[in-house]
Design a protein around this ligand. Structure first.
Ligand code: RP5
Length: 166
């Protein structure tokens, strides 16, 4: 199975990124986590992205806040799918990070998830890898079935829950 590379622009991003690592682990997907910045270590970030396909990675998840150019820079240097995870900043609740990740010029797509949406970034990576892995597809189906069961259980209990709140 191909691996997933998770790059974050700063170690300060780690608490937000952690659920992505946990989710990949739950699916048995091998992940490499690196701190590489588009601005502070541009050469290293570029070299990692350029070599990622040959190194056995199938997807890259790039996490950054503020002027969040990491995903875009990586996407410029690889043909692998790049998932952008915008990290909430102290400015506009992370709208700056979201827009600088998602608004890519034509030709260099970045599949951007929501601000701080680390679990979704990991799930999207698993879904991409699952295209070539039936075992992962099965696990994804099981997870969806559990989610459905959980919501239906909540639906049954909602009158009781509301009564406790009123
Ligand atoms: C970005 O700048 C990082 O991804 C981080 O979200 C933000 C702030 O970095 P630090 O100043 O905390 O290192 O490049």
């Amino acid at each position: 199975m191909k691996k997933v590379a998770i790059l974050m622009g700063s170690k300060s991003d780690a608490p937000v990124v952690a659920p992505a690592v946990k989710t990949l682990k739950a699916f048995g997907v091998e992940a490499t986590v690196r701190v590489l910045s588009a601005h502070r270590t541009p050469g290293e970030a570029m070299a990692f992205a350029a070599g990622a396909a040959d190194a056995g990675y199938g997807v890259m998840i790039c996490c950054a806040g503020k002027a969040a150019h990491l995903a875009g820079v990586c996407a410029a240097h690889t043909t692998l799918p790049v998932i952008g995870l915008p990290i909430k900043s102290s400015f506009m609740d992370g709208l700056d990070s979201l827009l600088s990740t998602v608004q890519m010029p034509a030709g260099i797509p970045v599949a951007t998830v929501g601000v701080n949406a680390a679990e979704n970034a990991a799930l999207l990576a698993v879904q991409i890898l699952a295209l070539a892995d039936e075992g992962l597809t099965l696990k994804l189906k099981e997870r969806k079935a559990k989610m459905t069961a959980d919501i239906l259980r909540d639906d049954k209990a909602i009158d009781e829950i509301m009564a406790g709140l009123i």
